[in-house]
Unconditional design. Structure first.
Lengths: 116, 110
């Protein structure tokens, strides 16, 4: 089946630094990728939708300049958390949609970001 | 009212039990429904999807969709310890977006 590889799985960074998270579709071309944030014991919250070769669409309340998304190819999307602060600490998950059936949403394994 | 509602649990059952996880939705326009399983600190993995009213079976899992009642369930037979996880009821909202339930936490004990 479709596989989405997300790296790193865990990262600890100092306040004020930037962190990049990568999401790769390994065996299919992902025209659309989604970035989610998940707080403990809560469900996933969509942050943004990225389409290959165009600007990402951010959900209301998500700062575009803080969460930079790049979807430069059909197999790679990146999320960069800029000038990270402790409140950005969270679990970030990407999802890619296969060009196949409409239900083909595959999730990455997630990245736990801790800002100290 | 949330678009997709699930009892957060936790739901505790012994090994070998039959478990029914339930989900209701408010928008009759939703077309596809999926059940995802999420282990702690991992990404969700797709268990089953359905779009037709009725039952769909895959091994120990059966998904049931009742469009008239706007209700979906996931039945797990012969529960195993490895079934302990959070189960997310998910549907496709507009513009390719997924709509998530809050998830039901299932604990299977020896």
């Amino acid at each position: 089946g479709a596989v989405v590889s997300q790296h790193p799985s865990r990262v600890i960074c100092k306040s004020g630094t930037s962190v990049k998270i990568e999401c790769r579709s390994l065996d299919f071309q992902a025209t659309t990728m989604f970035w989610y944030r998940q707080f403990p014991k809560q469900s996933l919250m969509l942050m943004a939708t990225s389409n290959e070769g165009s600007k990402a669409t951010y959900e209301q309340g998500v700062e575009k300049d803080k969460f930079l998304i790049n979807h430069a190819s059909l197999t790679l999307s990146t999320l960069t958390v800029t000038s990270a602060h402790p409140e950005d600490s969270s679990f970030y998950i990407c999802s890619a949609r296969d060009r196949g059936p409409r239900w083909g949403y595959t999730f990455g394994s997630g990245t736990r970001l801790t800002v100290v | 009212q949330k678009e997709v509602e699930q009892d957060p649990g936790p739901l505790s059952v012994p090994e070998g039990a039959i478990v029914s996880l339930n989900c209701t939705y408010s928008n009759s326009a939703f077309q596809y429904f999926m059940w995802y399983r999420q282990y702690s600190r991992k990404g969700p993995e797709l268990l089953m999807y359905t779009y037709s009213s009725g039952n769909k079976e895959d091994g120990r899992f059966t998904a049931q969709l009742n469009r008239a009642s706007q209700y979906i369930s996931l039945l797990i037979r012969d529960s195993k310890l490895s079934d302990s996880a959070t189960y997310l009821c998910v549907t496709n909202g507009g513009f390719q977006k997924l709509v998530f339930g809050t998830g039901t936490r299932l604990l299977v004990s020896p």
